[in-house]
Design a protein around this ligand. Structure first.
Ligand code: PMP
Length: 406
């Protein structure tokens, strides 16, 4: 598809076909397309000079808003993408702890930096190895195998196995990195108490907890999932919704860790011509201001619209007698065609999610004016621009597509 323009929750392709957009630029467009306030802010800012690669009041304003919303953000540092943020987070953790190895989970995606590119794609279950020692499967060619020697791989949402792996490797890990809600195998929420226990376990072993909130940040709550689930990470990373469609990444944490980037001996390096880009900073400040208005009304709306779409879809699958689960809550969810009651982790996804059926379903929705990616590994996104009318249109289309599917 070639998309030409968007407004609010709608997009138009090159042939002038109109769709309701539930993909929202992989979640970047928290305010939908061409939000009038953001258009105004950018139009004015670009006439004044887009970027100076120097400190600007826009960056300070963006950082103040950020710190106000995110509980763990004593300091925030801006980059241009989520990948840059997770890259920096790992370097900070290694410098801070003096350790090199880190733990990542199967099925989690943290950007395209070499050491993160393990087991981020779906594979046949028989290739995965035992859960307590998963087989490392690179997601890309061109990465020196030695890179992965520093990576300890673990299954997610399985506390007993993680405890065993941490007993064996905990003392050599600089960091454990996790998404709070698994968002790159669809949408898989943590089991009750899981994140809290991960927090305790990392503390017990002197391992820094990097919470990758690139997808969940500024989406589930003003302070992201760390606020929603009440956990305090050592370092957290952000992107996507923070920039409302502009390229952004951010690393947040305490001064004791982030001050390692201060100029001088033994510093942690973070360069980048476009870091703190003035246009982006203007958008970030305006976006966070919009999200905080009226006592965080935006979040009540994101959750209400999302929950209504989820409930409606569940109802349709039930009525049409189609074996499917809708996972997630509020602003983000995914549909899995499966005989199971739930998809709890990467291995469930590899074994039980009928991704081909999902793809057919989405293509059928596309013909009915609903824009979504056919990849089951992504997720449906609600923005502040979505309305109950959009949900009604989605449900009507889904009902017809289900009839076709059945
Ligand atoms: N972390 C997570 C959890 C992500 O989902 C993504 C992108 N999908 C990234 C990091 C990387 O962000 P970006 O694409 O902006 O580099």
């Amino acid at each position: 598809m070639v998309l030409e323009r968007g407004r609010g929750s709608h997009v138009w392709d090159a042939d002038e076909n109109e769709y309701i957009d539930f993909m929202m630029s992989f979640g970047a467009l928290i305010q939908g397309h061409a939000h009038p306030k953001l258009v105004e802010v950018v139009s004015q800012a670009i006439a004044e000079g887009s970027h100076f690669a120097a400190a600007t009041s826009a960056e300070v304003e963006a950082a103040e808003h950020f710190r106000h919303m995110v509980p763990s953000a004593e300091v925030v540092r801006f980059a241009n993408t989520g990948s840059e943020a997770t890259m920096l987070a790992l370097r900070l953790a290694r410098a801070h702890t003096g350790r090199t190895k880190f733990l990542k989970f199967e099925g989690h995606y943290h950007g395209w930096y070499d050491p993160y590119l393990l087991n981020g794609h779906s594979h046949p279950p028989e290739q995965l190895g035992p859960p307590e020692n998963p087989r490392k499967i690179p997601d890309s060619e061109g990465i020196p195998p030695a890179t992965f020697r520093d990576v300890v791989l673990a299954p997610w949402n399985d506390m007993a196995t993680l405890e065993r792996i941490m007993r064996e490797h905990g003392r050599e890990l600089a960091a454990l990195i996790t998404e709070p809600i698994m968002a790159n195998m669809g949408c898989i929420p943590p089991r009750e108490g899981y994140l809290q226990r991960v927090r305790e376990l990392t503390r017990e072993h002197g391992v820094l907890l990097i919470l990758d909130e690139v997808v969940t940040g500024f989406r589930y709550a003003p302070g992201g999932c760390q606020q929603y689930y009440g956990i305090l990470p050592d370092i957290s990373t952000f992107g996507k919704a923070l920039g409302a469609g502009f390229p952004i990444g951010a690393v947040a944490g305490p001064r004791s860790i982030l001050d390692r980037m201060r100029w001088g001996d033994n510093m942690v390096l973070h360069y980048g011509t476009f870091n703190g880009h003035r246009l982006t900073m203007k958008v970030v400040a305006a976006n966070l201001d919009l999200l905080s208005q009226d006592g965080n009304a935006a979040y009540r709306k994101l959750h209400a619209i999302g929950d209504s779409a989820i409930a409606g879809l569940r109802d349709i699958f039930r009525r049409r007698k189609i074996k499917a689960v809708v996972q997630g809550f509020g602003p983000m969810f995914q549909i899995y065609f499966t005989e199971r009651d739930a998809i709890h982790d990467y291995r469930d996804y590899c074994k039980y999610a009928d991704t081909a059926r999902y793809s057919r379903f989405v293509h059928s929705l596309l013909e009915r004016g609903i824009y979504m990616t056919p990849s089951n590994g992504l997720h449906w996104i609600i923005s502040t621009a979505h309305t109950e009318a959009d949900v009604a249109a989605l449900l009507q289309a889904a009902d017809q597509s289900c009839a076709e599917l059945a």
